[in-house]
Design a protein around this ligand. Sequence first.
Ligand code: FAD
Length: 393
Amino acid sequence: DAGRVIIVGGGFGGATAARYIKRFNPAIQVTLIEPAKIFYTCPFSNMVLGGLRQMEQIAHRYDNLKTFGIEVVHDLVIAVDTDKKTVRLRDNSTLAYDKLLLSPGIDFRWGAIEGYDEEASLLAPHAWKAGEQTVILKKQLEAMPDNGKFVMVIPEGAFRCPPGPYERASMVAHYLKHHKPKAKLIILDAQDNFSKQSLFEQGWSTFYRDIIERVPLSLGGKVTRIDAKALEAETEFGDLIKADVLNVIPPQQAGLIAQTAGVANETLWVPIEADTFESQAVNDVYVVGDATIAAPMPKSGFSANTQAKVAAAAIVASLAGKEATKGLFANTCYSLIAPDYGISVAGAYTTEAGKMVERSGGVSPMDADEAFRKREADYGADWYAAISLDIWG
Ligand code: FAD
């Protein structure tokens, strides 16, 4: 018996881990539990809003994972017993594990912004988990009056994909420029500074000078209350902003199953041993992806993918009674500002004394020529094709 691994979540981290555990040792029994039969990626969902991709192009299925001998169960894990080493599904059945890997992504802190709960998100979508929410926001954008106002709310604190909101702003502005040139995009931002800021701002002044207006934290950008029915956002400074389309990205936390399993701490994120991504709190439970505290690595699909490979190797080694090899990690986040205009931030990471450290990295140069930006747009599309193939292909 080579051991039994249960994986919770079939997104970037979980599906990668399933695939690589099977690849490293086919004798290990691997069960992947994920409620959705079709997984829509957040990466490139902004391009759906921009009209550059269709939903079907960001849809992935689990048939290929099954052909590798991975058992895929479409269900939700509702409880974990880390003493008995079992997980419980919605129908109350239980499954036993030797090693458990959680990659549940994020959940939202409903109510952290007054008035913004799950019901409100149907009227003022977040679209920060792709799928139905992406479709709602896209339809609202298309139905917006020609001279309408699209308002985006960006949270403070750790959130999934640091450059994601600004790529979204770029893609929404691209859509407006071509379909509703009299419309405006107002960004209410609870941050002063953000990822790849100078590059985004340079791109915006080239393409969207009269469309995008951003209000940073220090100028009152933090939103404290949402009225989803009235499509109104109230800021910390008491200003009331009325929208035609209101896109609220709420504050976030580790996927709820991480709290249930007892691996999250008071920050509501999960501390891990950086060498193996085993939980600091509970043995034989590994956690990867957005749910973890892995800074300076950002919460990205690419990060989740490399972390999952390191965790897979550690699990396979441990089941064989061997020491894990030391992890090496990488990340690149591409962002598209216009169809042929891409930028990126990259980092390579190792661990020191159990902590994640960045060894090298950087961002695209300022003032690069058109050919350079076009190449980065192409690299981004190629990255998406390659990582999709690596995970679900
Ligand atoms: P996910 O990929 O979200 O997977 C979590 C899965 O777990 C889900 O499928 C969920 O259904 C499942 N799950 C949760 N709880 C349970 C449970 N109890 N039982 C069973 N299953 C469960 N990253 C990049 O690298 N590049 C990009 O260009 C990029 N662009 C982005 C753009 C946007 C607009 C957004 C929002 C994000 C973007 N990201 C990007 C970030 C990326 O989407 C996340 O970092 C990545 O999805 C994290 O992977 P994960 O495995 O932690 O979570």
